[in-house]
Design a protein around this ligand. Structure first.
Ligand SMILES: [Zn+2]
Length: 465
């Protein structure tokens, strides 16, 4: 007789308790998962891993010597931890060099501003570029600019990212990602944007930007929030504002980097795997502690706790450390391509979950699986309830960050949601350092991922169904 207690909280959360004999997630599995969780919570491993990464390697800009150092560090660590198999898979990426960047307001009032090149940007001409600023409130206004209306000017988008509202990271980030194309189409010789960040520090935020085929490649950079305020104030006077921009960033020929994988091999269907992932690469302005050192340490630690737990999962668990996420999910896209086209085994990655959200404590999970397996994911979700993690009613998750490339290619996924943090104060800035990491929170997250990965790889279910 099925005994089911259902509790809906705020219309958005649900938790189940079901008797063991009718559940896919058995009492034995729950007991082992809780043991893994409790051991992870008592351990300093997650903290030790991120401290080691940020101290011994530092930044991991894709394609650089430090990127290689990071991969060697990750492989050596996972081998020492007792993963059954550790390997690399090649990914070809563009190699970008940041160079230097400076900007000065030359008229009507001379001032220096804090600026940083956007990833992938070309350099300014020798001797720099001096031009009048053409201000736009938002990306969409820049897109509407008529051809040739910005000839001889530097476009500037002044929108401030809204930390909690509609004009958040994704919306405001359009200016960073695609602003150079819109500005070049209207004839601009460069683009600067207000940093996509929620802080009030003179630490401009970098991030990737794109060029489009057939559109002139113009330099692109971000100024800090206080400098954008200064520029906005000067523009309000209504007089022409002129700036001098100097950048030496440039791209080299493509190079090969690697996704790094560590596997705990399953006992019954080892070719099938649950993938838990994070990206190993980072921007080069700091040590990439929040983005995504926390994810790297959470995943490696979760795997080690599963190894130490002593009961192997039935399917394999793969810790995936993606390459070149920052430049545009290169490692994730190549994984999909290679495992569909070269190996024809993409379907063996049966479920995926990523952490690329900094230091926030996990408070909910959102499934994205087949309708039949949804109840099984909810059974697993109920195991997390005592840890303060609820299961959302939705079933639309497609995977976060890199994992979205796999989710969009058809892999079932689970997204982990977190408490609000000040992540976007530090994201992609020289302030993304170890002191910003909430160690108890990432320890909690490693416990949740260990429990999740072990149960997900052990329970008898097809997540596609
Ligand atoms: Zn990231």
């Amino acid at each position: 007789m099925k005994k089911l207690t259902m509790m809906a909280l705020a219309g958005a959360m649900i938790s189940f308790t079901a008797s063991a004999q009718d559940s896919a997630v058995t009492d034995d599995m729950i007991e082992h998962a809780n043991m893994l969780g409790q051991n992870a919570l008592k351990s300093s491993l997650t903290e030790d891993i991120i401290t080691s990464l940020t101290t011994e390697v530092g930044h991991r800009l894709a394609g650089t010597a430090n990127d290689k150092k990071g991969r060697e560090w990750a492989m050596a660590k996972m081998l020492a931890m007792g993963y059954d198999r550790v390997w690399e898979e090649p990914v070809t990426i563009p190699l970008w060099h940041r160079g230097s960047a400076s900007v000065r307001i030359t008229a009507p009032y001379q001032q220096n501003m804090a600026i940083v090149a956007l990833g992938n940007s070309v350099r300014t001409p020798e001797g720099g570029l001096t031009a009048e600023v053409a201000q736009f409130d938002e990306y969409k206004d820049l897109v509407a600019a008529a051809p040739n209306s910005l000839n001889g000017k530097i476009a500037y988008v002044s929108l401030r990212m809204d930390g909690s509202g509609l004009k958040g990271y994704g919306y405001a980030g359009q200016a960073r990602r695609n602003g150079s194309v819109a500005a070049a189409k209207a004839g601009a010789s460069a683009i600067i944007i207000r940093s996509i960040g929620s802080d009030d520090n003179r630490t401009p935020h970098t991030g990737s930007m794109n060029y489009a085929e057939g559109v002139t490649q113009i330099p692109a950079a971000a100024i800090s929030n206080p400098d954008a305020d200064l520029l906005d104030n000067m523009l309000k006077y209504g007089e022409p504002v002129t700036i001098e921009l100097n950048m030496t960033s440039h791209s080299h020929d493509p190079v090969v980097t690697y996704n790094v994988l560590g596997e705990i091999t399953g006992t019954e269907e080892p070719e099938k795997a649950v993938m838990i992932g994070a990206h190993l690469d980072s921007w080069d302005l700091a040590t990439g502690a929040l983005d995504d050192g926390t994810g790297v340490s959470i995943m490696m630690s979760a795997g080690k706790h599963i190894i130490d737990g002593g009961i192997k999962p039935k399917r394999s668990i793969r810790v995936m450390l993606f390459a070149a996420e920052e430049e545009g999910l290169y490692g994730a896209h190549e994984y999909v391509r290679a495992h569909k086209e070269d190996h024809n085994d993409f379907g063996n990655t049966i479920l995926g979950a990523e952490w690329d959200s900094g230091t926030g404590r996990i408070i909910n999970i959102a499934p994205g699986v087949g309708p039949t397996s949804l109840n099984v994911v909810r059974e697993m979700g109920a195991v997390f309830a005592p840890y303060g993690v609820s299961t959302l009613m939705t079933n639309t998750a497609k995977g976060q960050s890199d994992m979205s490339a796999l989710g969009n290619a058809g892999m079932p996924a689970v997204n982990f949601g977190m408490e609000p943090t000040n992540y976007f104060d530090f994201h992609h800035t020289p302030n993304d350092t170890l002191d910003k990491v909430d160690m108890p929170a990432i320890t909690h997250n490693a416990a949740i991922y260990a429990m999740f990965a072990w149960m997900a790889a052990t329970v008898d279910v097809d997540y596609q169904k």
